[in-house]
Write a protein that binds this ligand. Sequence first.
Ligand code: ATP
Ligand code: MG
Length: 430
Amino acid sequence: MKYSTLFGKTTKSAPHDAQSTNARLLTQAGFINQLMAGVYTYLPLGLRVLKKIQDIVRGEMNALGAQEIYMPALHPKDIYDTTGRWDKIDVLFKLEGHGEKEYALGSTHEEVVTPLVQQYIRSYKDLPMAVYQIQDKFRNEPRAKSGLLRGREFSMKDLYSFHTSEEDFLQFYERAKQAYLNVFRRCGLDAMIVEAGGGVFSKFSHEFQVATENGEDLVYRCACGFAQNREIAEVKAGDPCPSCQKGIIEEIKTIEVGNIFPLKTRFTDAFGFKVAGPNNEMMEVVMGCYGIGPSRVMGSIVEVHHDERGMIWPKQTAPFAVQLISLSSKDATLRENIEETCASLEKDLEASGVEVLWDDRDAGAGEKFADADLIGIPLRIVVSEKTLAEESVEWKERSETQSRFVKLADIIEEINEVTFLDRKTKTAHA
Ligand code: ATP
Ligand code: MG
């Protein structure tokens, strides 16, 4: 992909309310564009990242045995009347249609998924089963000033599981925890599992929290793995750990990137959803729900992985694996040579499964390097008069300060050896 034709360029300006690092960097680098507080357009670079995160989530959900569906975002009021949540969900966007009919924009989908599954699942033999979707959610958040961390429209993956017993549910719940940890690890985030309140549903839930200075949440944790969020914490900073008895509790700022809840029969009861058991008796259906916000994950990655010059994408979420930069020359023949070298490099790299963004603009080295640092693609490869004189390129990893020369003839081999790049397809010997 040539940068000169890419829609959405780097810009010096940032949204006036962009107090947060992720909003500022993502906007300046041309990944997102704010329509209003908490609502963003994803430009091509940003959309590539969002889709990569969603694909990581999708892969882990499929590995759990869950099936992907896609539910409507526009909901009728009556399903909320059934559960009594029409006036309980404080962030629900409500609207009126023709004939004074009332609707809501989905902030979560228990009211849709429960009666949906009820139509197809009749017997205990059909359980357990789990469905998920990746869809935009709408929440009338009072404060939406943290870029992608708190949107009024935002991407969520919501998974719902259905079981005939609490034991069966708990087994799935533990597997879901592992799947969540896999998601965050692959996204370059070190998430911890934190005990949290279960809201109206049950005594507990588990949050996945990432430590960062700009986090809105507070977590009390011990090195032993004990961690509670601020709503339920029975400890404070400096206390001895109630779990291991040896450690000392510390207080850290965090971002909640995921949350999983046991729902017991809260929703299945409301809709009268039961299944036929082995002796045709009616059995209760136990439910769980599991949320991850891919857009909040994207914002969190930026909060965690950046420096004063810009973003530093972890390999699996980077919009491209390589940023190729051609530096122009005053000499026409050399200029052509540089162009041709870049064109063939781009072709060879793409052929070996490496996605390339080629900065082919007629701009100076300073501007191109600054933009590359801002955009934060893991590997920068520069072709210039100087490098061509040595039949080489300049190779610099975004996370390193040093660069080095690599022979043109060796690039594909070198690329196959680096482990920090994401691949569309595995090469034979990779
Ligand atoms: P918070 O406490 O931060 O408001 P929540 O607990 O209400 O979030 P959940 O209902 O647990 O959120 O939603 C599941 C996941 O969806 C969250 O863990 C988070 O990753 C994401 N999410 C929730 N609200 C937002 C939002 N306003 N903007 C972006 N992502 C969100
Ligand atoms: Mg939550």
